[in-house]
Design a protein around this ligand. Sequence first.
Ligand code: ADP
Ligand code: MG
Length: 339
Amino acid sequence: MPDIIQLLPDHVANQIAAGEVVQRPASVVKELLENAIDAGASSIKLIIKDAGKQLVQVIDNGKGMSQTDARLSFERHATSKITKAEDLFNLNTKGFRGEALASIAAIAHVDLKTKQENQELGTLIKIEGSTLVSQENISHPIGTSVAVKNLFYNIPARRNFLKSNSVETRHIVNEFQRVALAHPNISFSFYHNENEIYNLISSNLRQRIVAVFGKKTNEKLVPINESTDVLEISGFVAKPEYAKKKRGEQFFFVNDRFIKNAYLNHAVSSAFESLLSNGYHPTYFLFLKVPTKSIDINIHPTKTEIKFDDEKTLYAILRSTIKHSLGQYNVAPILDFNR
Ligand code: ADP
Ligand code: MG
């Protein structure tokens, strides 16, 4: 019998990998925003057109890339963020897989513009479906702009799977809110078809929550603060009377990364106990800081699920901290506008 195994060409491998990272325009938004944050940007602009189906562009004032790095950034497993496997347990960046740009470029038309400090000219790179179309020098401010056009143009089946503009926009707004809440000190703006959706100035967490969810949110928030050897908790829960019928604003950030975790969510709900009527869900914005060694982020390509060494202890600390804070608030309402 003849041999039948072949190595897939890069562009095919990239397209397959892209399926894991990029489900919809919102996935592109998440990856580009995270890259901007990892680049140390203090100001980030998100522009979308047609619910991201036509355009997702992120412009940052971060550290930019050299000409060579700009090209390398589109290779698979090309990253400046880790160099060895152990680094996975000592992560201080959002990214580390070196896959996002390669995946996105495999299934879209991408224009990357970037310039570093001390460089006279920046670089413009155009890529279509993993193929480098052009690279040239341009004048550009310090920082990076990545424009992703015509997502899934070469995978009609995926393109047809996309939902209505209102659904896809909702997903993008969710991703944007998660990142904006995780980084209140960074200013963010967001435009959809040239309309301003958000314009968020650098602020503290309380101000950021209010800027994202509206003025009325301010009076709802009960501050949470606790520090133990294994866990630091900060952020806010909303007073029980503001609980909602549908699971709305529930945010966990672990080491400044938004995550989903049903078990920890249960810890919070159960801390409210009898304070909530049946079928009501608490609103919360909780930041957990844990030693980087005690979590594994690399269990899911989108990194919204992570594994904790000792979930049970975290559950107990979280539950008792929130119970305690809610108890305190019931005795004396806390109205501190400055934290
Ligand atoms: P990862 O973020 O996992 O490293 P990406 O494919 O998202 O992988 O990016 C590849 C590399 O490109 C990054 O490691 C970084 O060095 C560079 N890069 C991407 N986006 C930016 C940006 N906005 N500013 C500066 N460098 C960037
Ligand atoms: Mg990345």
